[in-house]
Design a protein around this ligand. Structure first.
Ligand code: ZN
Length: 168
């Protein structure tokens, strides 16, 4: 196993609530030139030749695997070597099933990697004014569409304003 010190939450930047699978993401990442090594494909998800994330949280709450946990991902510039990448399908609103699965997954990974910091992709943007905070004007992207820090502070409950209510 490689050393893990960072868990990064992403979103797929697709319409909220729209079904997205690891096969879809694999195609997008193939188009961007991402490539998994054969040894890792042989160990896990051989059908996925490119996907950069380790996990994807589907709109129905299912958690799908992408890259092997011991395999370096391709999801965050400059921080791939020691991190795990989780992608939640959507842009900034997620189903209650997604919120609950994301919480369970992060909980499990934190137990397995107690030294890992959990953060959102946007929080890894460069701190341009060097004040120690990555502020909204400094975000390269808005991914994952909510504040991971606030989510962690509030016991990983669904974030107000970011819950996709499904039709009854
Ligand atoms: Zn991202």
């Amino acid at each position: 196993m490689r050393e893990i010190n960072l868990i990064v939450v992403h979103c797929s930047a697709t319409p909220n609530g729209r079904w997205v699978s690891t096969l879809d993401i694999d195609q997008w990442h193939a188009a961007r030139g991402f490539k998994r090594q054969g040894v890792w494909r042989a160990r896990q998800n051989a059908q996925l030749g490119s996907i950069g994330y380790h996990f994807v949280v589907y709109t129905n709450g299912a958690i799908a695997t992408g890259r092997h946990l011991a395999e370096v991902g391709a999801h965050v510039y400059g921080n791939n070597r020691n991190s795990i990448g989780i992608c939640v399908a959507g842009t900034d609103q997620f189903t209650r099933a997604q919120w609950s699965s994301l919480a369970a997954l992060v909980d499990r990974l934190r137990k397995e990697f107690p030294d890992a910091r959990v953060t959102g992709h946007r929080d890894l943007s460069p701190d341009k004014d060097n004040d120690g905070l990555v502020e909204p004007w400094e975000w390269l992207k808005t991914c994952p569409g909510f504040s991971v820090a606030a989510w962690l502070r509030t016991d990983m409950l669904p974030r107000p304003g970011h819950i996709l209510e499904e039709p009854a």
